[in-house]
Design a protein around this ligand. Structure first.
Ligand code: FAD
Length: 291
């Protein structure tokens, strides 16, 4: 089923993101986490593509298993990194052959040894071009990325929102937002999107913090600021993993509750392939569909 159709029908969307593990030995742990989280009846589960050096081939394999064996709607991420349009067409065909109807269309980050993103020969330079291309390859439901604090390469949030509009105009059906720890950015981003006539659902990404160093690294990479109050609190307990995790869960609960009170279209949990933190958060919050 297409996520765009489900989002039209449902007033709220719950979803979880997973990444293909670097080592095959960790696949079983991944599938266990997915099995545990799909009991929460998400609208979809998403599988990343080549992020952080992960393998690309595994995305199709994992997404197919989730869709066809676990009977769970799936969103396969796809990037333009080092790929010609023929390479991308082949991945889209493979996804289609596995019954996968939903794609998160991304430009992707430059490979580790390169400073700036470079369009591959015969490839795409922006996610909006990928959105257009996917539409020429079949009837897919397409999501794109949104950046509440502006994309790290964009000169301003305003310019980045103008570029987000291009993705929606190219035919994106929904937006999933990047990690962000301060809801005021999320509301400003939503207002800016609405002011530009963007009407597709904006699903908010939530990252449950469970390791201080990891979150500092990730926040720096994706341009998310850690608010001073959160930084101070985590800094004090940084050597005590259990306390970091406890506070990370409390923080995500408060952040989610505030977002839910502001009528957001959905929560998308960056699970980091673990179920326990997300389950603890879900136990404490009241999702609109249950209300
Ligand atoms: P774009 O929308 O193309 O934007 C890239 C930059 O170009 C922005 O600064 C934008 O403002 C600018 N821009 C866009 N269009 C134009 C234009 N026409 N003219 C001038 N400037 C323009 N990465 C992975 O490798 N794998 C994943 O699975 C993955 N999943 C993600 C999931 C989510 C929910 C999010 C938020 C990000 C994900 N990423 C993933 C990271 C993403 O690939 C990077 O953030 C990347 O740097 C930008 O991708 P994009 O699709 O947003 O690019």
């Amino acid at each position: 089923m297409k996520i765009r159709d489900i989002l039209e029908r449902e007033k709220f969307s719950l979803s979880f993101e997973f990444f293909p593990p670097k080592r095959d030995g960790n696949l079983e742990n991944l599938y266990t986490a997915i099995r545990e989280l799909i009991l929460q009846r998400p609208v979809f589960v998403s599988v990343t593509y080549g992020a952080g050096g992960g393998t690309r081939e595994k995305t199709v394999e994992i997404a197919s298993k989730v869709k066809n064996e676990f009977d769970q709607e799936v969103l396969a991420h796809l990037t333009c990194v080092q790929s010609s349009r023929d390479d991308i067409a082949r991945v889209i065909e493979e996804l289609s052959a596995h019954n996968i109807e939903n794609i998160l269309a991304l430009r992707g980050d430059p490979p580790k040894d390169e400073e700036a993103f470079r369009r591959a020969p015969g490839g795409f330079g922006y996610a909006s071009e990928l959105v257009e291309f996917i539409h020429t390859r079949g009837d897919f439901s397409i999501g794109v990325a949104g950046y509440p604090e502006g994309h790290i390469e964009a000169p301003s949030l305003e310019v980045d929102l103008d570029n987000l509009k291009k993705k929606v105009d190219a035919g994106a059906h929904f937006i999933i937002t990047q990690i962000c720890f301060d809801n005021k950015h999320i509301y400003r981003f939503r207002d800016g999107a609405h002011a530009r006539g963007i009407r597709v659902p904006i699903i908010t990404g939530i990252f449950p913090i469970f390791n201080y160093r990891q979150i500092q690294r990730m926040a720096a990479l994706c341009g998310a600021k850690i608010p001073p109050s959160l930084h101070d609190k985590l800094d004090k307990v940084s050597e005590k993993d259990e306390e970091v995790q406890k506070y990370g869960i409390e923080f995500a609960i408060r952040q989610s509750e505030d977002l839910l009170a502001s009528d957001i279209a959905g929560l998308h949990f960056y699970s980091m392939n673990k179920s326990d933190h997300v389950l603890e958060i879900l136990r404490e919050i009241q999702l609109p569909r249950e209300g």
